[in-house]
Ligand binder design. Structure first.
Ligand code: UD1
Ligand code: MG
Length: 465
């Protein structure tokens, strides 16, 4: 492919989002919307250069994409698409190839579509080519005016269009291929002499035609691919499309998704073969799930690593955690960041784990809180066990050795250590370290008072008598 440099227009505020956050930073399937055109340019078509024109919340955008292979230019005032492109030109000094214009708020374009667009642009020997779509409702868009041979003559903005022109349903998606030398020359000639008082990039078409240069219009097959995100409704439509695409891609690689309509798997999630995903699961961020796992309904897994043969029962929430092979989690489990569940371990219902390691084959089957703890192998944690990790000022660790038996309703007041093979009696409040193999028990000795019930009933009768 000939040399391509890409300019991404992203200086607009996105007023219709009604948001404190600039539009192109709104998350779309787990990554900011602007990541899509950036990826298209950098990875999709391998552009020489990617220049992003920013304005609203420019610093936040720069910070968000500080590791991306892009250059930013500031457009101080949003004076129109032509003005935005003009700001990028100093960074293209001496460039003689093809300039591709993308929009920061048009995220669903496929790399193949762009490659085909660029290829036909060259085959047609055009100076400028616009990507177009035929839509049911063209309102708000620039309309495409072709000549008798089908070449592009003009693009007219809705506000400047005649009644007749407004009937045209072929619209400007905003994406262009332009030969760099003409772009430099043509931009000098555009003015703000139009209904919106803006510098229109689209005016380049008439300028090229006046110079007798060829302009073409390349129609996409699927208008959804070039949809622009202007409102939160559009954002939800884009999500719908992306979730379906992701589900389809995973299914074709051997993942079972029982109901793709109600399964929400973000762009960067990886899932191995023969894993089964039940409905209403949210799999987010940089989550990686191995092979032969089962993820039951209503589970939300974010930025976590899950091995092979793991079962996540319904209604579990897992965040920034690691779960190794054949572990069983849930139902109703909550793994908070930095939890590490080793192989064959079990975390059952209403168990919360935070920043802790649960050793191989260990079990916390019911109702427990384990925080800032290191638990060895084959440990049993009884129902109602609580690691008291916080003294109101600081967090402290609980360390439990291998094959320890912790009875029900135990409090471990951290910092505390329990040696290998120790046993903690039910109801114990552990405040001191427990040596290896010992029994720790702190409950009050039980006393039985014989005949208590009869005595009480006798007293009651006397009162009534
Ligand atoms: C533009 C096109 C229109 C097309 C439509 C497709 C022009 C004159 N009109 O109209 O033909 O059908 O897009 O959605 O080009 N931007 C800047 N700086 C600016 C102005 C815009 O960076 O000064 C960016 C915006 O952030 C956005 C894109 O350019 O990503 C389009 O801007 P927008 O204001 O939506 O243009 P429209 O008027 O919709
Ligand atoms: Mg727009």
């Amino acid at each position: 492919m000939p040399e391509v440099a890409t300019i991404i227009l992203a200086a607009g505020k996105g007023t219709r989002m009604k948001s404190d956050l600039t539009k192109v930073l709104h998350p779309l399937s787990g990554v900011p919307m602007l990541s899509y055109p950036i990826d298209l340019s950098v990875k999709g078509i391998g552009s020489e250069k990617t220049i992003v024109v920013i304005g609203h919340q420019a610093d936040l955008i720069r910070e968000t994409f500080k590791h991306a292979q892009v250059q930013f230019v500031l457009q101080e005032e949003p004076l129109g698409t032509g003005h935005a492109v003009l700001q990028a030109l100093p960074l293209l000094d001496g460039f003689k190839g093809t300039v591709l214009i993308l929009y920061g708020d048009v995220p669903l374009v496929k790399p193949e579509t762009l490659k085909f667009f660029i290829q036909t642009f060259h085959q047609n020997e055009s100076t400028l080519s616009v990507l177009t779509a035929v839509v049911k409702d063209p309102s708000g868009y620039g309309r495409i005016i072709r000549n008798a041979e089908g070449w592009l003559e003009r693009i007219v903005e809705e506000k400047d269009a005649t009644e007749e022109e407004r009937l045209i349903r072929e619209i400007n998606t905003g994406l262009f291929c332009i030969r760099a030398p003409f772009l430099f020359e043509g931009l000098k000639q555009i003015n703000r002499d139009n209904a919106q008082g803006e510098y229109y990039l689209t005016d380049l078409v008439e300028i090229a035609r006046r110079m007798n240069l060829r302009c073409s219009a390349h129609m996409v097959a699927d208008p959804l691919e070039v949809m622009g995100i202007n409102t939160r409704w559009d954002l939800s439509k884009a999500h719908e499309i992306l979730y379906q695409e992701k589900a389809r891609e995973l299914m074709s690689s051997g993942v079972t998704i029982l109901d793709p309509k109600t399964t929400y798997i973000e762009r960067e999630v990886e899932i191995g073969r023969d894993t089964v995903i039940y409905p209403y699961c949210f799999l987010q961020g940089k989550t990686r799930i191995g092979e032969h796992c089962v993820i039951e309904s209503n589970s939300k897994i974010s930025d976590s690593w899950i091995g092979d043969g793991v079962t996540i029962r319904s209604n579990s929430i897992i965040t920034e955690s690691r779960i190794e092979d054949r572990a069983i989690i849930g139902p109703f489990a909550h793994l908070r960041p930095q939890s590490e569940i080793k192989s064959n371990a079990k975390i059952g219902n209403f168990v919360e784990v935070k920043k802790s390691v649960i050793g191989r084959g260990s079990k916390a089957n019911h109702l427990a809180y384990i925080g800032d703890s290191f638990i060895g192998e084959e440990v049993n944690i009884g129902a109602g066990t609580i690691t008291c990790n916080y003294d109101g000022f600081e967090k402290h660790p609980t360390i439990i050795g291998n094959r320890v038996f912790v009875g029900s309703n135990v409090e471990l007041v951290a910092p505390v250590k329990v040696g290998d093979h120790a046993t903690i009696g039910a109801g114990t409040t552990v405040t001191q370290n427990v040596p290896e193999g010992a029994l720790a028990i702190s409950r009050v000795k039980q006393r039985n008072i014989p005949g208590w019930r009869k005595k009480m009933e006798g007293r009651q009768k006397k009162k009534e008598g």
